[in-house]
Design a protein around this ligand. Structure first.
Ligand SMILES: Cc1ncc(C[n+]2csc(CCOP(=O)(O)OP(=O)(O)O)c2C)c(N)n1
Ligand SMILES: [Mg+2]
Length: 299
């Protein structure tokens, strides 16, 4: 255990229990730093909560609350209402955050309600594409072909048979003031987008792709590289939208790397490289990347 005392004003300090190379903890620190000290965070249950707040310790240097897996957005709504009641001069940012399971699945209804009510809250989804904290079960964000413990690869299966749900598009359909996607592969982009999001009044949604070392079966040194490849291949489009309309897109290189370059670094896709029928599945994944590029007009 790291017994170093937390430095004052450190948004998210070292000494937490996240894995070496964890994409989520890197992204969460960048987001907390960008938000600054006048911020209250409501965190869903998940790896981020478990690794940063083993009772009675905390790695957070700012007001932070955890209640349940599903209700980070409802707790944030309560905080926001309380702040309004106090009518203070200082602007306090309210952030609700959680993993993809908390955001795409179990907390989805409460997030949708928060957006409908136009709450002045930034929701951040740290998307590691499965329920990692409880042992890598598939979520609505799990991509096609990925092996998880509930979509195992084997003789009868090539991993997840379902495509990743398009949550940023769902946020846009709610006419959320600002929607952005980001990847831990581009750290400064995360900081800029969090700052920009907080400059809007009303609901904001930022989804950050965060590779998970044990869940994706990756080398910890490859987290950033994989975060970049997700974008460059076209599998993870990075863009911004305001009030339901796309305003900015991060362009991909002219010669996009093939999806194999991304897939081959991850054990969750290794079954696809073992047979000819696996190659057919890889072609389907390439098609998903090509469709993303076409739909979002990245090039
Ligand atoms: C109502 C309820 N159901 C299930 C759980 C068990 N549970 C805690 S965290 C978690 C998975 C979290 O997954 P995700 O939101 O993607 O975050 P990650 O751990 O991947 O960062 C589950 C299933 C719970 N705490 N509460
Ligand atoms: Mg997850």
């Amino acid at each position: 255990m790291n017994k170093t005392k937390q430095k004052p004003n450190q948004a998210l300090s070292s000494g937490h229990r996240a894995c070496g190379g964890c994409g989520q903890i890197i992204a969460a620190r960048l987001a907390a730093e960008a938000a600054g000290p006048n911020t209250i965070i409501s965190n869903a249950t998940g790896c981020l909560e478990v690794t940063t707040t083993p009772y009675p310790e905390t790695a957070w240097g700012m007001p932070w609350i955890h209640s349940l897996f599903e209700n980070a957005s409802a707790v944030a709504s309560g905080i926001s209402a309380g702040l309004k009641q106090k009518a203070q001069d200082k602007k306090i940012n309210v952030i609700a955050q959680g993993g993809d399971g908390a955001s795409y699945d179990i907390g989805f209804g409460l997030i949708s309600g928060m957006w409908e009510r136009g709450e002045d809250i930034l929701y951040i989804c740290y998307d590691n594409e499965a329920y990692m904290n409880t042992g890598v079960q598939a979520s609505g964000a799990t991509p096609y072909g990925a092996h998880t413990t509930t979509s195992p690869s084997g003789e009868q299966s090539f991993g997840s048979a379902f495509r990743k749900k398009n949550m940023p598009a769902i946020a846009m359909a709610h006419r959320v003031a600002y929607v952005a996607t980001a990847s831990v592969g581009y750290p400064m982009d995360i900081k800029n987008k969090i700052k920009k999001a907080l400059s809007f009044t009303g609901p904001k949604y930022v989804q950050i792709l965060v590779p998970c070392v044990p869940g994706w079966g990756i080398d910890p040194k490859d987290t950033i590289k994989i975060g970049i490849l997700a974008h460059q291949t076209g599998l993870w489009p990075i863009f911004e939208a305001e009030y339901g309309k796309i305003t900015k897109v991060m362009s991909c290189p002219k010669n996009r790397p093939a999806v194999e370059e991304y897939l081959k670094l991850q054990k969750r896709f290794k079954h696809l490289f073992k047979s000819e029928s696996g190659q057919v599945e890889i072609k389907k994944i390439q098609k998903i990347a090509d469709e993303n590029i076409k739909n979002i007009k990245i090039l």
